[in-house]
Design a protein around this ligand. Structure first.
Ligand code: SF4
Length: 370
């Protein structure tokens, strides 16, 4: 029986570590790249099945674009050899504007990649320096031009909000410069200060100060307004796309559809089983087994609601029933009353979704439902 799935590949190498980053990514491990590519090829081969039909591929990191093009070609060759891709599959790859080369993009193109996602973050050099990014905005322009020349017309830019020292004016300027590059998609993420990062230490020491909540909210509103005025639809808390260009891979994750994950720290989930590959590069290279957990029915239903409420369209009642064999209203009926009464959520047109105010208080709604 055919099983339609997403597929995620993790590339855990970076040129240097950004100040805010706690992702599974390591600088200075170039010597391990060939062994990593080999391990990834083996993993892809071992897990493949003629029953799988892949309708979205997402290569993330780390920085996939730091891999030598020849190694990326070997990995993609294994992917295309061992997996059946749907003819209209969405195939995304993350790139760092400081590392994009024509050769790398040509390899992606050759193997069917049709969407690029670039970590642009901000147009102001002092902000990029503070974040520890290796690029400046001119690199974003150069990479976007290179992408077009290589035939990529579906381009996402990641931007960051709520940075120490960032102003609403900076955000407006970044949006203007980003829109000038004709992206199809923009992700506008609020900074999350992760424990143990240089960013967290410098904020804790008082060297850097986070903006007031009000400033961050104003930055977010600026994004919403400017992007709406330019034809972008908001389809998730942080994600905006021109019509028809929402990232299908991410939408499928928020709809709790099954996916395979390969590479260090990658997660996957099939049926009621979830697994995570070893989060440390050395363990992955040494062949350590993934950690497998069973997902109980309660947890599965809560995941559907938690993930689905991130999207502006919310959770489809029909899809919930199909997935769990229970009506969402029956499972959460009593617990839903408060958020509905307070105008944080609505049940309409066959979906449960958050209102604009509810989006700002998503955690509160989820606590009610728990
Ligand atoms: S480029 Fe991305 S993954 Fe690499 S260190 Fe910076 S934020 Fe982390």
């Amino acid at each position: 029986m055919t099983r339609t799935l997403g597929l995620y590949l993790h590339i855990p190498f970076c040129k240097s570590k950004c100040a805010y980053c706690d992702f599974a990514s390591w600088p200075g491990r170039e010597r391990d790249m060939p062994a990593y590519a080999k391990r990834l090829q083996n993993e892809l081969h071992m897990e493949s099945s003629p029953d799988f039909l892949i309708d979205t591929v997402y290569i993330g990191g780390g920085t996939p674009s730091v891999l030598p093009p020849s190694l990326m070609a070997r990995i993609l060759d294994a992917l295309r050899r061992d997996y059946r891709l749907a003819p209209d599959a969405e195939f995304s790859c993350e790139c760092n504007p400081g590392t994009v080369t024509r050769e790398f993009l040509s390899v992606l193109k050759e193997y069917g990649c049709n969407r690029l996602s670039m970590g642009a973050q901000a147009a102001q050099t002092p902000l990029l320096r503070m974040l520890g990014r290796i690029h400046v905005w001119e690199d974003v322009i150069r990479s976007a031009e290179l992408a077009r020349e290589t035939g990529f017309n579906n381009l996402n830019l990641d931007l960051m909000l709520g940075l120490p020292g960032q102003t609403e004016k900076d955000v407006a300027e970044t949006l203007k410069k980003a829109l000038a590059l004709s992206p199809t998609h923009l992700s506008c993420y609020g900074l999350i200060v992760e424990e143990g990062t240089p960013m967290q230490r410098r904020i804790a020491s008082g060297e850097w100060r986070l903006p007031e909540d009000e400033t961050e909210r104003a930055e977010y509103e600026t994004c919403r307004e400017v992007l709406a005025a330019n034809g972008f639809e908001q389809y998730e808390i942080s994600n905006f796309a021109l019509p028809g260009f929402a990232c299908r891979h991410n939408v499928h994750c928020w709809q709790r559809k099954e996916y395979l994950g390969f590479g260090c720290a990658a997660c996957g989930f099939l049926g009621n089983e979830r697994w995570q590959n070893p989060p440390r590069l050395d363990d992955y290279l040494a062949g350590k087994e993934p950690e497998i957990t069973q997902i109980g029915p309660e947890e599965a239903m809560f995941e559907s609601v938690m993930l689905g409420l991130r999207m502006t369209e919310g959770v489809s009642l029909e899809a919930f029933f199909q997935m769990h064999g229970k009506r969402l209203e029956d499972v959460y009926g009593a617990r839903l009353q408060k958020p509905l009464r307070e105008g944080l959520a609505v049940l309409e047109n066959g979906s449960l979704r958050l209102t604009r105010r509810g989006m700002d208080m998503q955690n509160r709604v989820l606590v009610e439902l728990l």
